[in-house]
Ligand binder design. Sequence first.
Ligand code: GLU
Length: 470
Amino acid sequence: MTAYNKIRVRFAPSPTGYLHIGNARTAFFNWLFARQQSGQFVLRIEDTDTKRSTKVFEQSILEDLKWLGLDWDEGPDKKGPFGPYRQSERFGIYKDYADRLIAQSRVYPCYCTHERLEEVRQRQIKAGWPPKYDGRCRTLSKDDRPKDIKPVLRFKVSENAVVFEDKVHKKLLFDGAVFGDFIIVGSDGIATYNFAVVIDDALMEITHVIRGEDHLSNTPRQILLFEALGFPVPEYAHMSLIFGPDKTPLSKRHGVASINDLKESGFLPEAVVNHLCHLGFSPGKELLSLDEAIKSFSLQRLSRSPAIFDIERLKTFNRAYIEKTDTERLLNLVEPYFAEGVSREWLRIAVGAVKGDAVSLKEIPDILLPFLSQPVLEKEAEQILDEPPAKEILLILAEEIEKEAGLTADTYKKIITAIKQKTGASGKRLLMPIRAALTGKVKGLELEKVFVLLGKREAAARVKKHLQGI
Ligand code: GLU
């Protein structure tokens, strides 16, 4: 049971970079949970790091979320009752709550310099203790406060343990003695992440915080702040980290960086979302629709072991989704990759013919290139065309093509049967010289599709060219 009567979750990106796989998974799982529970999904921009946050990154994150098919009920571009939804527009709110904690003596100003803090840290590490603030300014009297230093505000942590029940990790216990008094407002007067996030989650009535395991160490501090401010503590679910197939943290080395990169590389959003669904969760099906994902999602079934993002698996999904995609949509997606002179009618047929063969949208022009420009003969293809049955096969092929009004799947079958009967050749011996003459390659698209896409005139011309050369 939660303290509020409606399930509310949030995705809270910092606009300091593009949306990457980890954050996209966080957004997606929050969205799934909200949609499943008839709850609300809030988008909050955490731009308190004013030096590194930019509007360009904020915009690109919003665009990437939309591209993935995720929508939000409240956010920086969508008014709601708990706004504003950009932390940089909420500084006044944080100040009010900091003042409350000052009035309750739950926080104190700390004047320690970086040098001193570093010295303490090194001393503690040397002594084999986990480093933490030593509490020096906790007892500093008003008279002893330096006038020329702008202090930070530190929250007083008691030595009691913080215990909470995480949906993924179950019961967790953090020893308060280990993490020490932490900063809630910096010397520039700006609320720290831990402070701002608690006030926002509370005021925005967030019931479930679903985020990456990398935030687990922040949670006990946040719980202490919720309690100190008299707010209900939300439920937590910390998702496992995402690794590459080699079990190291996901990075550019694994062929993936941001969602934008995937978009640019020709992946369909439904394929990306499908892979996200398999990261730290087993939906029980390889390919699933958004509706199926919403139905199958469960916080309790999130895995504790690292999730594996595998670009090869994503390619398999992408191939399947490209094949399923309506040809007209595909045509619109790939048309910009082609030169201006290519007819839309031809492209429609071509895209329809090759859509089961491409692992990415970008591969479609590669597959179709041999049909749009004269093929360059590969070495192996040249050898095949030099071997004895090639000439006979091509001669009959030229005759048979001439007899037809146009090349279709049916005329292809008819032509092949005729050549087979007249030459006695079959299988590879029959088909390879034809493929080599028509495409210059020994592998590629099904020969039937090659016929249809070249059409009578071009196919006849290519065969003739080889006959003249033989
Ligand atoms: N702004 C934080 C991040 O991008 C969000 C953390 C949270 O979900 O509490 O990692």
